[in-house]
Each structure stands twice: as C-alpha cells, then as structure tokens.
Design a protein around this ligand. Sequence first.
Ligand SMILES: [Zn+2]
Ligand SMILES: [Zn+2]
Length: 203
Amino acid sequence: MTETECSCKVGRGVERFGLAEVNDDLVRRWCGEGRERQSLRELATYFNQQLLGAAVESADEAPLSGEIENRYRLLTADDVSSGVRTQTRRRLEAAGVPVEEVESAFVSHQTVHTHLTECLGVSREAEESDPETRRRADRDRIRALQSRTEVVASDALERLRETEALALGEFDVLVDVTVLCDDCGRQHDVGTLLDQGGCDCRE
Ligand SMILES: [Zn+2]
Ligand SMILES: [Zn+2]
C-alpha cells in the first residue's frame, strides 16, 4: 500500500472522497504491472470516475456498473450538449451528490503526472528505456486493443446471428490498423511500422 499524505489536488481528492486505494491503482496502471499500461489522460479519467463513484456511493445511490462511466462522460465530454449536461447535474444533485464539489475536484493529466512523480516518487521505467523497448510496449498495447475489438465484434455478430437479426454463415473478424505516411503515401501495418522503427522514406 502506497502511503501518501500529499496535499496536491489528487491527494486532496483522495482524502476528501476516501479513495485510499486509488494511489496503488494509479501506480499499477501507469507502470503496467500485470496489465496494459495506461496513459496519463486515461489515468486522469480513471481517477475522476473514482471520485464521482465515491461521491455517488456516499450519497446512497448505488451505482450500477457502467453507469459512473456514462455519467462522467455526460459531465465532461465535449460532444455532450449543455442541456444534457445540466440535466445530468440536476439528477445527481437530486440524489444528494455534491456535484459542484466533485467537478471542481476533477484533475487533469498534468496533475496526475505531478502526483505520480513528485508526491509518490514513481518513475515509469519505459520512459527512460530505449526506443525499441518503448515501441514494443506500444505495439503490444495496440495489439491488445485490436484483439479486444475482434472479440467485441465477434460476440455482437454471433448474438445477432443467433437471433436471426443477421444473415451470416461462419465468419472471422479481422481488425487491422493501417498507418498512411503523408510524406510518401506508403501504407504500413501498425505492428510492422513499429517493428521496423519508421517509414522507409525517412531512412
Ligand atoms: Zn499528490
Ligand atoms: Zn513515408
């Protein structure tokens, strides 16, 4: 368990909303121990969702799974209309959630970075490691997402097929990520591009 008594914005949120375990989570997610490494932006979203979740829980409105993510999106995403946002705020307020306080406790990815490096003294090794290792780590991350997409798509198609909403025989789902180099017009499979370290036109 990572002990911290820091008074940065993350630390204050941890204390105010009783999120003692979140520090360990942030470190693990950042370093990728036993899981995919997450970006600082993803970590900021994760932290803010934990805040919102804790506030909703302590207001005695038991969150259904997935609901916090959705509410967080409605409160913060650029593509949500101000009407929908206001409605979301009102609903949370009506349920006893201190929405304004929660929103002003939301942190940015820079704040998470400062908290991890300065308050918790963590450095992410790969940030200092060689380019090949870093490329491999990202290639693995992208691959994991590709196979997750394949699974989600296959499941959806299977379900539709079973209920006869989709006319399809046996199938395979293939997810390829192609990178187009604007300088030379070559197309690369993202994995190959990362393996070879760049586009041929740059040699
Ligand atoms: Zn801190
Ligand atoms: Zn090129």
